[in-house]
Design a protein around this ligand. Structure first.
Ligand SMILES: [Zn+2]
Length: 791
């Protein structure tokens, strides 16, 4: 999240912004930019340069879009608004511009270029396999060349998985019951209290904005808008989080029951206030209603892309889905208002005679697809189709812009994860929706390429994304410094993207990464007591979490994402049920090949690998249950040893079953009857993780892992600058009374002193006091780190 227009920046952000300007091209040119005396660019010395682009995947019978560049020095980079805009480019040498020629270097079949002499063109391929293409620049005197690889793959299956909508459910496993309770009884009430305040100095703008906007709509005297243009976002997210929290079975816990009662009262208080700020035609954003018309003349303008109109609208629409579901479709106030808002957008934005537009911050796109499906389910008749079409149109409108908001190329021609990490992840998640909905081959090629680029070149071992080397965004491939940015919202976005890819490909590897992101990037974004949160989640942590932030975009996103556990745990296919996560719980899944199925998981995972799944179909029926077999080594950046994959045992109703594994799932097909019980064991062992040598920050370092959990060492327990001896023994110990109950990893540093590691999600829970992120001055010494020196 970022405001895009105003406010003082922290030192870290300033450094990030400078990094945006100074970062070299993400592609690796064969000829480096010449730098003269004193660092000044020398126009005469500018070498001829060619940039082909990044490696990518294309679906068989599809085409890849070659957005290459040739010229002298580095390609012009369009920065982010005023900040980061490039200086006047150096003069180019006189004479005719260089020519370009595309050619095939290697590959199993023939390559056909639409125009092999155009720097921007397309290529098609005769047969699947991996090809290397080259762009050669020639000015008559010298040549420069740049290559990229294109892997031609078979497209994903035509039928895709359907998401499981989160409804009333029960969470029983110790870790998840505790996390869920903390969010319900502590974190969400804290957000509600903050949003109800009208005296916040940092991160203001809650319900008060809706009250003032309603006055303005009624023509009454009113106050000014508070906070950022996007400050409605955390109100809507908190409405969604409360709606989800009200679908969690309190299991008789008085504190949860009391918190839920207060949430019902809050919703009754807030909903009329929010709806009173909705314009008669459905438009809703208080920053617009209370704007200065001189500075913000109209809705949906090219100059107004920084106003987060879609970002706030999208969160409102998403909140309506869970609220309507939570009330068993009895309270349609938010649902109807969301339709009115979506209709207002669909009436104005679209192919001619409507207008083209896109928001600088994605969110409306994935919200519209989710809502379109939901409306179709509720009302049928294709009532929601227009929303899904609008989502695609908004994505298709992105072009001729900047990497920061992923408008540098048309969406369907993007293959590299770049720019602001939250925007990127939300964009890719929405592109996954379009690939799912339409089967569009360009979108399929793009999302697969983007996922591979992100997961194999740019992801942290925690699953977090965004190194912060561009403003709150991605850096070059393998550039993963441990003072990482990894905003909690970008973890949510990556999480949504993994879920979409799992539904497209029906392959467990996407859920493997989803699980790692959940347990490591997302779960530790609040403290164990759920009184504070992290905006950014560096792997070398140097400050405690904070109670609020001047940009509180993550505060509601964290609980609304985590509390949708049933949606992340399960998915439905044409022939049965997919089990993606192991969480002790009771979840009812509607319409699994025609019958509702209650699924009861009993497990203490990730502390214990034994999982029992009781299947209770309403009617006995033959279908398949696919259970994810965890793979702890999906990202090629990281190698975890010893290899701990597969499952140790599998039985149905007490009889051992030989596992049949397809696409990372063990498949059990039979006539399922009420009470059928599956038992399996997932192996859990301590692993040492090493990063690819190209990750400079992790060279000579090791990370520790147990099951899906990445571990930290903290200064409270040891001198974290010490080195762990290669190959020294590591053991686990269950500590019931420590950090809410955790498995600690014990070992010995090279000097013989003891090492204690705790799960990354439980980091920084023993430091008293809080931290005001606005007062940050200069880098501090990390006191909790993932990557340990190794000797
Ligand atoms: Zn955020």
């Amino acid at each position: 999240m970022s405001d895009g227009t105003n406010t003082t920046m922290t030192r870290r952000e300033l450094l990030q912004a400078v990094g945006t300007m100074a970062a070299v091209s993400v592609a690796t040119p064969l000829v480096q930019l010449a730098v003269g005396e004193g660092g000044a660019l020398s126009a005469q010395a500018l070498p001829l340069n060619a940039i082909a682009g990044v490696d990518r995947v294309v679906m068989n019978h599809g085409k890849t879009y070659l957005n290459g560049w040739v010229g002298y020095g580095e390609p012009p980079r369009r920065g982010r608004g005023g900040r980061g805009a490039p200086a006047t480019p150096p003069a180019e040498p006189p004479g005719p511009p260089p020519s370009v020629a595309w050619s095939k270097v290697s590959g199993p079949g023939t390559v056909t270029f639409a125009d092999a002499t155009a720097v921007v063109t397309t290529a098609t391929f005769s047969t699947p396999g991996t090809y290397v293409l080259q762009a050669t620049a020639d000015n008559g005197q010298t040549k420069a060349a740049s290559a990229l690889s294109v892997t031609v793959e078979l497209p994903p299956p035509a039928a895709q998985l359907t998401p499981v909508v989160t409804k009333r459910h029960t969470i029983t496993s110790p870790l998840w019951a505790a996390r869920t309770k903390a969010l319900i009884t502590s974190w969400i009430p804290h957000c509600v209290a903050q949003i109800n305040r009208d005296d916040l100095v940092q991160g203001p703008g809650g319900i008060d904005n809706f009250l003032e906007a309603a006055k303005a709509l009624r023509g009454e005297p009113h106050g000014r808008h508070k906070g950022y243009v996007f400050s409605n976002a955390w109100v809507h997210q908190t409405v969604e989080a409360m709606s989800l929290a009200l679908m969690v079975d309190p299991r008789g816990d008085k504190e949860i029951v009391a918190a839920q009662d207060r949430m019902r009262a809050t919703l009754e208080d807030w909903i009329p206030k929010i709806l009173a700020a909705q314009h008669p035609d459905g438009y809703l954003q208080t920053a617009f209603t209370l704007r200065d018309p001189q500075r913000w003349p109209d809705r949906w303008t090219a100059q107004g892309r920084g106003n987060h109109e879609g970002y706030t609208a999208g969160y409102f629409i998403e909140s309506a889905i869970n609220h309507y579901t939570m009330t068993d479709h009895k309270d349609a106030r938010l649902y109807n208002a969301a339709k009115k808002l979506a209709d207002c957008w669909a009436d104005h934005i679209g192919p001619p005679p409507k207008q083209e537009w896109f928001d600088g911050h994605q969110e409306m796109e994935q919200a519209l697809v989710r809502f379109g499906h939901f409306v179709n389910e509720q009302e049928g008749g294709g009532r929601g189709d227009a929303y899904i079409a609008l989502a695609r149109f908004l994505l298709d409108c992105r072009r001729d812009g900047i990497q920061f908001d992923q408008s540098h190329f048309p969406s369907s021609q993007q293959y590299e994860a770049v720019g602001h990490a939250v925007r990127a992840a939300y964009q890719y998640s929405a592109m996954g929706d379009v690939a799912l909905e339409t089967g569009d081959i360009d979108y399929q090629s793009a999302v697969r390429s983007l996922w591979l680029n992100m997961v194999h070149k740019k992801v942290y071992v925690t699953g977090g994304i965004g190194s912060g080397q561009t403003f709150e965004g991605f850096g070059p491939e393998y550039a993963l410094p441990n003072d990482s940015y990894c905003e909690s919202c970008s973890s949510c976005g990556a999480f949504f993207f993994h879920a979409k890819m799992n539904r497209i490909y029906q392959d467990a590897q996407y859920a493997d990464v989803l699980e790692e992101t959940l347990y490591n990037a997302l779960l530790g974004s609040t403290d164990l007591a759920a009184t504070r949160f992290y905006y950014d989640n560096p792997l070398a942590a140097d400050v405690p979490r904070y109670q609020w932030h001047r940009v509180p975009c993550c505060v509601g996103n964290i609980p609304r994402t985590i509390l949708m556990l049933p949606t992340w745990m399960y998915a439905k296919g044409a022939d049965g049920l997919y089990v993606n996560l192991f969480v002790g719980s009771t979840v009812s899944v509607q319409d699994v090949v025609g019958t509702d199925v209650e699924v009861v998981q009993q497990t203490e995972y990730p502390w214990d690998g034994k999982v029992a799944i009781t299947v209770n179909p309403a009617a006995s029926r033959e279908f398949s249950i696919r259970i994810r077999v965890p793979n702890r080594g999906v990202s090629e950046i990281y190698t975890a040893l010893p290899a701990v994959n597969g499952i140790t045992s599998l039985a149905v109703n007490g009889s051992a079953v030989p596992p049949v594994i397809e696409h990372g799932y063990v498949v059990l097909t039979r006539t399922w009857r009420m009470g059928d019980r599956i038992e399996l064991e997932v192996p859990l062992r301590v692993q040492r993780v090493h990063a690819d040598a190209r990750v400079e920050a992790d060279r000579g370092r090791v990370a520790l892992k147990y099951g899906p959990l990445i571990y930290n060492i903290e200064q409270e327990d040891q001198d974290i600058g010490k080195a762990l001896a290669v190959g020294s023994p590591l053991t686990t110990e269950w500590r019931e009374d420590f950090l809410g109950g955790v498995m600690v990893i014990r070992g010995t540093f090279a000097d013989g002193s003891p090492l204690v590691a705790i799960p990354n999600y439980a980091r920084y829970n023993r430091v008293e006091g809080t931290f005001a992120p606005t007062r940050r001055e200069g880098p501090r010494q990390p006191t909790s780190v993932v990557w340990i020196r190794e000797a």
